[in-house]
Design a protein around this ligand. Sequence first.
Ligand code: LIP
Length: 281
Amino acid sequence: MTLDALALDGREKFLASLIREAAVLALEGFRRQSGAAVSLKGPQDYLTETDGQVEDFLRERIAQAFPEDGFLGEEGGGAPGEQVWVVDPIDGTANFARSIPHFCISIAFVANGVVQLGAIANPVLNDYYFARAAQGATLNGQPISVSGVEDVSSSSVEMGWSNRRPLASYVSAVQSLFEAGTNVRRSSCGALGLAYVADGRSDAYAELHMNPWDCLAGLLMVKEAGGVTGPFLSAGGLADGAGVLAAAPGVAEIMSAATGIALQDGQDFLPDTGLQQKRTA
Ligand code: LIP
């Protein structure tokens, strides 16, 4: 099934108001969070009541508005199909759970083999990022672009950590980046880390494995803001997750060399494999 521009316009408008409503819910949850019980889904993998509330809200609203579309959420799962909303209700849950105000909601819409729409909301700062394929990226309605960094010694990048890959490869990538002369940070919210590359606050973001809900919206944003990204959809990331690289052009080669993640040549397309049968845990 191919989606036309009109159908995409409708979803873009819907997404803009949907993420604002979800941000209100997330912020209310954050204010209640202090001292609330937090559970772990696995080692260093937090779950709060708000993750479930926001995801249920998004799942219901999307199903009402576009019953023909699929849904894939971090908490409730779903099918990673060819026309699908991919949702992280709270990215940066470990921060959220400890009352650190660095978290966001991330929503992407995939159709016609590519990521068509991306939205990221930081409810604490009231920051709303949007991107549409081939139409640019904005922050609070203003166009954004990646940094023009040229000198590595003044660059600052983020290296996200995933326990789905060996610690030694993370440590080695961080070491290579420091040796190359950049500052390396880790803020525990991958989607915002990518949004910060798109608006030039950060020069690059990489992580050796990310799930699609954490990164699809941000990858589109970086690309639309003039950045360089690695392959994600074409690497099977919608079904199984994959390594993520997103950078201002001036530090893209250094990021790629340190992480071993290739730079994408051309557009990042969904591979033609039986995605509907698979589910990312
Ligand atoms: C997490 C990210 C974190 C990243 C992890 C994980 P969650 O998502 O925010 O920055 O390093 O791979 O995906 O659990 O907070 O939604």
